[in-house]
Design a protein around this ligand. Structure first.
Ligand code: WTA
Length: 660
């Protein structure tokens, strides 16, 4: 969607066969939240209703005020309160006598396993917290974690939290350049990384990438390297680089007290893509974020301490932060954590894990569900999935067909599905049904959660009628919201608050930059981003970031990047490139462009197609017609192009994309 106020034709088709589904009486009777009165309770008692979230945590010092809105939109939550996130995720469960219960059951791609009880995880976290302290990490120093899905990643996150050092996790699939950009932006002098990890059976060298990134980091960095691959990959340690196991061995049995953090102290930074080239450092706090992650895990994912819960995301993204690490551990449940891909060694890998571990709750992304669907129902059929109680999706719109496949073939028509809309910035889920209450309408996420005041408005900020498309906005603040963009309050105001707020009246409206439609029953259907961000396999990528990588390639004069529809990925990257004089649009240049993007960002941003063109389609006023480029990429009808300055170029580009 590009900002038009009518629902796109494809959406009408997508929802034409929308049906409704009810959670079973059995699910409702055991659900953490099953009384519909919760919506009214939150509305009438706002903002004090959020005490319910804070009550899920243990506070060293009780807070004085639930919400301090004295300096909008720089809202503060649970002010005066003090707590520690690692103590909430670990110590208190051990103190309650649950130390022998499993916290994390990890499985590597090749089937190797490691498991940690709450006591064991606490010990690991304390030892690594002692290591960090010894290396000179102090409260408020940002520690960068460039690690794949191995247990040392949550251990390092919690160790940082324990000593009050915010972490900045950089997705392991990101490139060396992306690592350096994020470390420099966060002024981070400490890095935890590893030698490598397995992907589809191959041992990938990760340390090489980290070292390459470090060359562009401006400060002096101390690096800790986890030895994931043992003899499979030998790596040498450079200056100021240390072996994780050696350092931890020196701290065996160390005890490190959790520091009391102010509720508003930063818990972590997470860089995400925005409209401009520079990634945005989203700042989350200790009290508000943690209580919101715990509350939504409780209310939406229905997590109970004796569940086995599995979120098949990567901790390198916000989903993994909130719903692999902080939410589930704060609630004291048992989580499954998996290193590899869903189709290795076979396409039933995830179902094998669900069966082996007896998973109760499973949370994944539509892109994965579309792949499962393509592989066919025989893979899940080979396994006993009857332990499942609840299913969830996140990251992109799910079409009703994929929803129903998930419901039937994974959930056995017995598990409710929560389609959860939220963002890196929101910290946790915002729009979804509560599984023990609402009826489900495949394709629509559902109503806003209790206490969340989401509205769909037109470009003037007026609420649109039922069934009309518009822009999603959120009127009231909530505890999990980002507090600012790191070191950049101005950009924070600009990106999220300028569009629909009225500062003179002190009325502030959060704009997530998504389009949406609302039905008369209040159910919201998300249409997708309305800014220059695309969603590839549930991963957020800025088109400007990709464009600047392409323009940095020798021989490229200009580039426009858009998202085109893709059966599995949801959207794929399409790059339209104008070649510099003296160069040719050759396969060799195409290869270099793709390599350039992989180097600047990572393989996830790899263009699906690079289309060479002498010109980009422009309006008479000289604006690039991105909408048209999107339609070409998606194979849509192009309509009337005669008003363009250069209509001829359109046919030529479209023919290339079609492969004529
Ligand atoms: C999209 C991921 C439709 C949306 C947690 C949002 C969704 C962006 C859904 C945030 C959903 C997320 N239905 N679209 N259930 N969930 N999105 O920051 O466009 O990586 O703005 O956070 O993903 O992506 P992010």
């Amino acid at each position: 969607m590009s900002g038009d106020d009518d629902p796109p034709v494809e959406l009408e088709a997508r929802l034409a066969d929308q049906e409704t589904f009810e959670p079973s009486a059995e699910f409702v009777s055991q659900a953490n939240v099953s009384d519909p009165a919760i919506y009214d309770e939150f509305e009438q008692n706002w903002p004090e209703c959020w005490e319910r979230a804070a009550d899920l945590l243990s506070w060293d010092q009780e807070y004085d005020t639930v919400l301090d809105d004295g300096n909008k939109p720089f809202y503060e939550w649970f002010t005066g309160g003090e707590l520690n996130a690692s103590a909430n995720c670990l110590d208190r469960h051990v103190e309650e006598g649950r130390g022998d219960e499993l916290a994390i059951q990890w499985e590597g791609e090749l089937g190797d396993t490691r498991e940690f009880t709450y006591s064991e995880l606490l010990r690991e976290v304390e030892e690594f917290a002692a290591v960090l302290g010894d290396l000179g990490v102090r409260e408020d120093d940002v520690v960068t974690l460039y690690l794949p899905m191995i247990p040392e990643l949550p251990i390092a996150m919690l160790a940082c939290a324990r000593i009050g050092a915010p972490h900045s996790v950089v997705f392991a699939g990101f490139s060396a350049d992306a690592l350096a950009t994020r470390m420099n932006a966060a002024d981070s002098d400490h890095l935890v990384t590893c030698d490598g990890y397995y992907r589809r059976g191959d041992a990938l060298d990760h340390k090489e990438k980290a070292d390459e990134g470090l060359e562009s980091v401006t400060g002096d960095t101390t690096t800790v390297v986890v030895d994931r691959l043992g003899d499979e990959l030998d790596h040498s340690l450079g200056e100021d680089q240390y072996d994780y196991d050696d350092l931890v061995a020196e701290q065996e049995g160390a005890s490190v007290d959790p520091v009391s953090r102010d509720a508003e102290d930063m818990l972590f930074l997470m860089y995400t893509s925005g409209t401009t080239g520079e990634p945005k450092g989203v700042k989350h706090t200790t009290g508000g974020y943690l209580s919101y992650a715990a509350w939504t895990s409780h209310a939406v994912l229905d997590v109970e301490p004796d569940d086995t819960y599995w979120c098949a995301a990567d901790i390198g993204w916000i989903t993994g932060h909130s719903y692999i690490v902080y939410g589930p551990l704060a609630l004291g449940t048992t989580s499954v954590m998996y290193e590899g891909t869903p189709d290795y060694p076979e396409k039933d890998r995830l179902w094998e894990l669900v069966e082996d571990y007896g998973v109760d709750i499973f949370y994944t992304a539509p892109t994965a569900i579309r792949a499962f669907m393509k592989w066919g129902q025989d893979y899940p059929k080979e396994h006993d999935l009857s332990s499942l109680r609840l299913l969830g999706t996140v990251g992109e719109p799910i079409n009703p067909r994929a929803w129903k496949w998930y419901y039937t073939h994974i959930g056995g028509e017995e598990c409710p599905i929560v389609d959860t809309w939220w963002q890196t910035e929101t910290g946790g889920m915002m729009i979804t049904t509560l599984p023990g209450i609402g009826e489900m309408k495949p394709g629509s996420a559902g109503p806003p959660l209790p206490g969340i005041d989401a509205r769909i408005v037109d470009s003037g900020g007026e609420e649109v009628g039922a069934g009309d498309a518009g822009y999603l906005t959120v009127d009231n603040p909530w505890p999990g919201m980002l507090r600012t963009l790191y070191n950049n309050d101005e950009r924070f105001l600009e990106e999220y608050w300028r569009e629909y707020s009225d500062p003179d009246a002190d009325e502030w409206v959060y704009f997530p930059e998504d389009g949406a439609k609302i039905d008369s029953d209040g159910y919201i259907t998300i249409l997708g981003r309305v800014d220059d961000v695309i969603n590839v396999s549930g991963h957020r990528l800025g088109t400007m970031e990709i464009e600047s990588a392409i323009v940095g390639t020798e021989g490229v004069a200009e580039a426009a990047v858009v998202g085109g529809d893709h059966d599995l990925k949801g959207e794929a990257v399409y790059a339209y490139v104008i070649v510099e004089d003296g160069y040719e649009g050759s396969d060799e240049l195409r290869e270099r462009i793709i390599e350039g993007v992989e180097e600047a960002i990572g393989p996830i941003a790899r263009p699906e197609e690079v289309v060479f063109t002498p010109e980009l389609p422009k309006t008479r006023s000289g604006k690039i017609m991105r909408r048209l480029l999107e339609d070409i990429a998606s194979g849509n009808d192009l309509g009337d192009t005669s008003t363009l300055r250069n209509p001829d170029v359109v046919d030529d580009i479209a023919a290339q994309v079609r492969g004529d």
